[in-house]
Design a binder for this molecule. Structure first.
Ligand SMILES: [Zn+2]
Ligand SMILES: [Zn+2]
Length: 366
């Protein structure tokens, strides 16, 4: 007699209250994959939901960043989304959202705006296949989630953030058409900002990084930022705009990118970019937080604003390749700096909330 295999997951029963639940592993649906999770990171949006700040989501199976191995392939799955053969045990990463191909956004080719992106993520864990989030020993990947094999030279630690921060800034700087020889100013040198430094350098751009925390500025230098603007030295938005202009032909950066999540950073960002430049908005994702804004100054500067939500799903393949090709060039592993055992999610969440760690990673039992 074979015993039914089981797995465990972390359920947010209400804001601030996590529970470990055990369920039978279900066969993946046709076209889907059941993954054995190796690592799952604590991202800003987990903290947001955990603190009860999300407008609608108060309960969920937590987690969206992940790397894992194929546990079971659903009927018909023979390859990843690059057409590479896929087998049980292969290391994989998946987009954290699905692209249904049938909604109004998908029909216009804007897969990153799929109206059904989180249709599965937000379901009750009582509903099969139970493992709707990545904070679990297993993760149910649906047929419309893009899945890619992780290149051999990319460690689990490095691959674990590919499907969120890195893919999104890569997509955003692509939309902004950042060119070789242009100057990019980055607001915020956290995980997103450091990823942006590397992506911008790979595009041949010159990078100015702004932050006010010592260890973040050191990391920005380690990732190869050409110039640093320390907010402790340049305390006001005006002082920072003057400093950035000084560093960029006395005019302003060609492209700016907001990666702080601070509403006021958006208004400030416009003043950091030269007339006719482009400005990418990524960090501010919480509706309802407002800030003062000068529309006349925007018009006169003629800065093009490019908001970025999620990414076209094939960008996950591109960033996995980027991580493989640039393995020696950037200290990628430092982006995930603290491991926690699967059993210690509260500790991981609390230390992340207090910003004692840059990126916490839950390491699953074998
Ligand atoms: Zn994330
Ligand atoms: Zn869709």
């Amino acid at each position: 007699m074979t015993t039914q295999e089981q797995g465990r997951l972390i359920f947010l029963a209400e804001p601030g209250k996590t529970e470990y639940l055990t369920f039978d592993l279900a066969e993946p649906e046709p076209g889907g994959i059941l993954a054995k999770v190796t690592r799952a990171n604590v991202c800003g949006s987990e903290l947001h939901i955990w603190k009860g700040l999300h407008p609608t989501v108060k309960q969920c199976v937590m987690g969206h960043e992940m790397v894992g191995r194929v546990h079971t392939l659903g009927a018909g799955v023979e390859t990843d989304f690059n057409g590479e053969p896929l087998a049980v045990g292969d290391r994989i990463a998946a987009t954290y959202f699905q692209t249904c191909r049938k909604c109004r956004a998908c029909r216009r080719g804007q897969f990153n705006l799929c109206e059904n992106a989180y249709k599965f993520w937000m379901q009750s864990p009582r509903n099969a296949p139970h493992f709707h989030g990545t904070f679990g020993t297993h993760y149910a990947i649906h047929p419309d989630q893009y899945v890619y094999k992780v290149p051999d030279g990319v460690s689990d630690q490095v691959a674990s953030f590919a499907n969120c921060a890195l893919a999104q800034v890569y997509f955003g700087l692509g939309l902004a058409e950042l060119q070789a020889g242009e100057t990019l100013v980055i607001q915020g040198a956290g995980g997103l900002g450091l990823s942006a430094i590397a992506v911008a350098r790979e595009r041949g751009a010159r990078v100015i990084a702004i932050d006010g925390v010592g260890y973040r500025l050191e990391a920005a230098e380690a990732f190869g930022a050409h110039e640093i603007v320390d907010m402790r030295e340049h305390e006001t938005p005006q002082a920072r705009a003057e400093r950035v202009a000084y560093l960029a032909e006395g005019w302003g950066a060609d492209v700016g990118i907001e990666l702080t999540g601070v509403p006021a950073a958006f208004s400030e960002g416009i003043s950091l970019v030269r007339p006719g430049g482009r400005y990418v908005s990524i960090g501010n994702v919480s509706p309802g937080l407002t800030t003062e804004f000068d529309p006349g100054a925007l018009t006169r500067r003629a800065v093009r604003i490019i908001p970025v939500v999620r990414y076209q799903p094939w960008y996950l393949a591109r960033v996995l390749r980027l991580l493989s090709e640039t393995a020696g060039r950037y200290p990628w592993a430092s982006l995930v700096d603290t491991d926690f055992p699967f059993e210690q999610v509260d500790d991981a969440l609390e230390k992340s909330e207090r910003r004692e760690v840059r990126r916490a990673s839950l390491v699953m039992p074998d």
